[in-house]
Design a binder for this molecule. Structure first.
Ligand SMILES: Nc1ncnc2c1ncn2[C@@H]1O[C@H](COP(=O)(O)OP(=O)(O)OP(=O)(O)O)[C@@H](O)[C@H]1O
Ligand SMILES: [Mg+2]
Length: 580
């Protein structure tokens, strides 16, 4: 099949700006994007910004999957003009691509509390895309996409920081985005990744083998620019910024700017479910319902695959209902309901608390929409109902997800609670456990592959040493019996079964991945990449973009395995600072 887009000139033909044309430019900015110094932005939806190219860029990787979906030729990723543009140099882009991009402001709420002090001016007006710069919008195969550089240099929202992203964090985000997509979890996508062979920045990090919680050294790291792609990058925090300005009577266009950004996000993300001819109040209610549906499903998916966002502030919560900002994230290995890899994150953003964190973001989202209902009691109470309904909707989504993970048609609370207690007591690997269970084992032997402690050894982890191993083993067997009974597979022959064993097993394998992006595997790949050696990174990308597939024996041995115990407390592996 020939690709429709083989050169940057072809891509230029598909360019179609809407945000910069339809929304308001900050009136205090220059039009050509030379505006890089930190400052307050008082109004407008965006600031034009010319990215700062990284020095001596080299190709690291691109998403073959996404290129293919977009109809892009793979050869384009290594072509000089594409590399130049997506490593931040817009000086020679073909028209109608503009020689500058844009950054947007947003507000911040942490677990339902509004903040304004996070910017140097203590007002919130200096907060937004500090190093993310969108450079293009294009309509490709009928879908509008926005392309955003991460690490493209300073913007007025940089708060005095360097506007750069290091290769390590860029590799993490790049791989995680494509991995999540392959896992069937809505996400921003990865397009390309280029690194500098000469430019470095200093970041706090961990010395080799450090068990310190906080970084204990400062290191030089190569910089990189990754490009991520989504229908929009509008965050809950963005709507909040404009709503706060309405509430605070910040300026006379505040209501108009709020309405415009809400209509924009509907157009980008919800045009298929919200009719354009409806009045704004009805659109707002439908938007809240549609976002509730997507957000609750997203969180259930995160928990299904063991993903912890780590820092689920309102500014990291995309209104399109997809995963955004892979900084402090991690995939849960040894199961722990309060798993949280980021040292700055706290329990409120831990693994099993994500439904509660999402509810807080949803509440802030509803609050931001309220001014558009202009005091109409009827609509206000409808919005209130949508918000109040969040808890029920997410509970239903979670139950449906747990039932699917266990191969059941109906959720069973007793079976689930007992499993969670056992998984905590024994310390099991979240991914390996569910994948082994998907083979419908007759007894608990195969499941032991996922146990971090040996049930029968005397020197197990403390949890096991304090308990009676035999007892735990009996509990596991009793749980398995109960599960088999509910599944209707106690009878080992397939007679009289509504669903044959193979059907159940295949269904389970479609929701329980075999491969997840384990931090220690990522560490190995980005360390090699920092030396200019990308083979391991490419292998990891290949494995993680087919997470449900049975891959070769070699790959299985290398990647389908428990975290080596000696890494379980190491800074930069088991936990990290959100150093970007
Ligand atoms: N090196 C940096 N220079 C300038 N701004 C930065 C830098 N690192 C982070 N920021 C900004 O600080 C804010 C909070 O950081 P966070 O870790 O959420 O950022 P991020 O990973 O860059 O963000 P995102 O993926 O959400 O765009 C963001 O607004 C981000 O743009
Ligand atoms: Mg962020």
């Amino acid at each position: 099949m020939t690709s429709e887009v083989s050169t940057l000139d072809d891509l230029a033909q598909l360019t179609s700006y809407s945000l910069m044309d339809a929304l308001n430019r900050d009136p205090d900015t220059t039009v050509n994007g030379e505006d890089h110094a930190p400052r307050q932005v008082f109004s407008g939806h965006y600031v034009p910004v010319k990215p700062t190219p990284i020095e001596n860029p080299v190709y690291v990787t691109h998403s073959k999957t996404f290129f293919h979906e977009l109809g892009f030729a793979d050869s384009m990723a290594t072509s000089q003009d594409f590399l130049q543009m997506f490593s931040g140099d817009l000086t020679h882009v073909p028209e109608p691509i503009r020689p500058f991009g844009w950054a947007t402001g947003y507000a911040l709420s942490i677990y339902g509390t509004e903040y304004t002090q996070q910017c140097p001016f203590q007002t919130g007006n200096g907060y937004g895309d500090g190093r993310a710069i969108s450079v293009l919008e294009a309509v490709i195969k009928g879908q509008r996409w926005e392309m955003q550089l991460k690490g493209g240099g300073r913007t007025p929202y940089c708060r005095g920081a360097d506007g750069r992203a290091v290769l390590r964090s860029s590799i993490r985000e790049f791989l995680a985005q494509e991995h999540m997509h392959a896992l069937g979890v809505p996400t921003s996508r990865s397009l390309s990744l280029y690194a500098s062979t000469t430019e470095q920045v200093r970041r706090p990090w961990y010395s080799d083998g450090s068990t310190s919680s906080e970084p204990d050294i400062v290191i030089n790291e190569p910089v990189a620019i990754s490009t991520r792609v989504a229908p929009s990058f509008i965050r809950v925090g963005q709507l909040e910024l404009f709503a706060r300005r309405v509430v605070n009577h910040a300026h006379e266009n505040a209501m108009d700017e709020l309405e415009k950004i809400v209509l924009h996000v509907i157009d980008r993300e919800y045009a298929d479910v919200i009719n354009n001819n409806l009045n704004i109040e009805t659109k707002v209610i439908l938007l809240a319902k549609a976002f509730r549906e997507r957000l609750t499903s997203l969180i259930a998916n995160w928990i299904r695959v063991g993903y912890c966002q780590g820092n689920f502030n309102s500014d990291n919560c995309a209104v399109g209902g997809f995963t955004l900002d892979y900084g402090p994230f991690g995939f849960c290995e040894a199961f722990d309901p309060v798993y949280q890899p980021w040292i700055g994150g706290g329990r409120h953003f831990s693994f099993f608390n994500q439904p509660a964190a999402a509810a807080r973001n949803f509440a802030m989202f509803c609050k931001a929409l309220q001014p558009l209902l202009k005091g109409d009691q009827h609509y206000l109470s409808e919005l209130e109902d949508v918000q109040q309904g969040f808890a029920n909707v997410i509970q239903m989504q979670l139950e449906k997800m747990w039932a699917a993970k266990l191969g059941l048609e109906d959720y069973n609370e007793a079976l689930f609670s007992e499993l969670i207690s056992l998984m905590t007591l024994t310390t099991v690997d979240y991914t390996i456990f569910f994948r082994e269970l998907s083979a419908l084992p007759d007894n608990i032997e195969p499941l032991k592959k996922s146990f971090y402690g040996d049930l029968n050894a005397s020197e197990n982890g403390t949890k096991l040493a304090n308990s009676n191993a035999q007892d735990i083993e009996q509990h596991w067997s009793a749980w398995l019996d109960k599960w088999q009974m509910l599944l209707g597979i106690s009878d080992k022959t397939d007679t009289n079964q509504a669903r044959p064993r193979e059907t159940i097993s295949n269904q389970m394998k479609r929701v329980n991945p075999k491969y997840i992006l384990r931090e220690w595997q990522l560490v190995a790949a980005y360390k090699k990449a920092a030396e200019g050696e990308y083979t391991l990174l490419h292998e990891l990308q290949n494995v993680m973009t087919q997470p449900y597939a049975e891959q070769s024996k070699d790959i299985e041995e290398k990647y389908y395995r428990l975290m080596p115990t000696e890494l379980s407390d190491i800074g930069g592996v088991s936990h990290y600072s959100c150093s970007s």
